[in-house]
Design a binder for this molecule. Structure first.
Ligand SMILES: Cc1cc2nc3c(=O)[nH]c(=O)nc-3n(C[C@H](O)[C@H](O)[C@H](O)COP(=O)(O)OP(=O)(O)OC[C@H]3O[C@@H](n4cnc5c(N)ncnc54)[C@H](O)[C@@H]3O)c2cc1C
Length: 423
């Protein structure tokens, strides 16, 4: 096993959207950055980027305008991470992120500066803000109720065009469906493999030939999100050209291709702009004097990293930033104080579908306005440590539909705070 010693200005721990965004913002500002991520959670995400769609949770109030929603949220939940960032900050953060993703051929867009409805693989509608450009045609088609064909594939599990049609029948009458054979359809199909297969022009031609006879009067085609990984834009535009109609993607169940596109874009391009990244490595120990020194371990290496600052973007329970046993919830690297319900019996409501959600989904780290973790008395614990993303308290992001927005905006603010502090 090799042993390496490395030095940097900023160490980003985590390779979910918050860690990726923090690494991007740091590299764009010329900060010498190392990123360590144990596993990559991005492949499990839908690839949609929420800003804020639901508030208050108990009323399930849906907002068309996320910016108005944030103004109200700030008045109602003073500890929510959005209460520490301005609208201008959120917009700038997304502008920088979307420009980066466009340069990596993963184009994102928003529709009329409002939350839009994206069709899920079971035909329900999910409100979100930034969407892969490949899904945008579906948003306007649904609003205009255009004649549409939705296809699914033999042996692709978790995606049924018929179910989508049935669920949407009151909202979109002009829907037809068809089931298509894709290459060797006798075996179980996997969205990621199909996406790579479609990057080969002969396979895309074959698919277009299978779909063509079903188009008839349809003005637009809805297809599971399988249109390429790294050559995604050209696969989409070629399929539109071959079929002579607009095409839009519909997210599949996880692992999702739009999430994998994000993962690949970050993993490839962050290195190009100077981030030294180590994926499949885990931070296991930390020592602190003025700088931090970390022990990091992976399958083939063991190394020490000395850094002037740290961005902690290790997520909650799914990412591994928080851990729960029968007694308590702990933060896994620094043993930071956790805001949240202490007694296990109040972590969850008795009713699984309790309208106000579960207390545990609001637990996490509390910070000052610069995203320095604080203790119960409000004192900053380390002035060169920042916490960002879903590890932050007062943020039930799955129910509020603000996951990516909070991650990106807090990463942006923390990187700028580090830069200003460094001078
Ligand atoms: C199934 C699913 C669907 C989603 N759908 C949406 C959606 O539709 N819209 C939306 O906006 N958001 C969605 N999200 C949420 C969003 O993508 C992010 O997961 C969320 O914002 C939190 O991101 P994060 O980076 O803070 O944490 P995480 O994504 O949990 O990432 C934490 C990272 O830290 C790493 N880590 C933890 N401990 C260590 C350690 N000791 N050493 C090294 N690395 C460590 C983990 O390996 C992981 O890479 C979805 C997420 C999931 C899981």
């Amino acid at each position: 096993m090799s042993r390496i010693e490395l030095k940097c200005d900023l160490l980003v721990i985590g390779s979910g959207i918050a860690g990726m965004a923090a690494s991007l913002f740091a590299a764009n500002r010329g900060i010498k950055t190392i990123q360590i991520g144990k596993t990559n959670t991005l492949s499990f995400t839908s690839g949609l980027m929420d800003v804020l769609a639901v508030h208050p949770i108990e009323e399930k109030r849906l907002w068309k305008n996320p910016w108005d929603a944030i103004d109200t949220l700030k008045k109602d939940i003073s500890g929510h991470p959005y209460s520490k960032v301005s609208k201008d900050t959120i917009e700038k953060a997304f502008k920088e992120l979307v420009a980066f993703l466009k340069s990596a051929d993963v184009p994102y867009a928003n529709y009329q500066n409002k939350n839009v409805n994206i069709i899920t693989p079971i035909g329900t509608l999910k409100p979100t803000f930034f969407v892969p450009e490949s899904m945008l045609n579906g948003v306007s088609a649904l609003e205009e109720k255009k004649p549409c064909l939705i296809i699914d594939f033999y042996n692709l599990k978790g995606f049924s065009a018929l179910q989508i049609k049935e669920t949407l029948k009151d909202k979109w009458q002009n829907l037809r469906t068809a089931q298509i054979k894709f290459l060797d359809s006798s075996k179980e199909q996997f969205a990621e493999q199909m996406a790579y297969d479609l990057e080969k022009p002969k396979n895309l031609d074959k698919l277009a030939k299978e779909i063509s006879p079903h188009i008839k009067d349809a003005e637009i085609l809805g297809i599971p999100a399988i249109l390429g990984v790294k050559r995604h834009s050209s696969v989409l535009s070629k399929l539109q050209e071959l079929l002579g109609v607009k095409v839009f993607e519909i997210p599949t169940i996880i692992p999702s291709v739009p999430g994998i596109r994000l993962k690949k874009a970050f993993e490839d391009k962050l290195q190009d702009i100077g981030v030294q990244s180590f994926y499949s490595q885990e931070v296991i120990q930390v020592f602190h004097k003025d700088d931090f020194v970390f022990d990091v371990t992976g399958a083939a290496s063991m190394f020490k990293i000395r850094t002037k600052g740290v961005i902690l973007s290790t997520g909650r329970f799914f990412g591994g930033g928080l851990s729960a046993d029968r007694e308590k919830i702990t933060e896994t690297i620094f043993n930071l104080e956790i805001y949240g319900p202490f007694l296990r019996k109040v972590w969850h409501e008795l009713d699984f579908f309790a309208p106000r959600g579960h207390n545990i989904n609001n637990c996490g780290i509390e910070t000052d306005e610069y995203f320095h973790p604080i203790d119960k008395s409000g004192k900053v614990i380390f002035n060169n440590l920042y916490a960002v993303g879903s590890i932050l308290a007062h943020n039930d992001w799955t129910r509020m539909k603000c996951g990516t927005g909070v991650s990106v905006a807090t990463a942006y603010s923390a990187v700028n705070a580090f830069l200003n502090q460094k001078g």
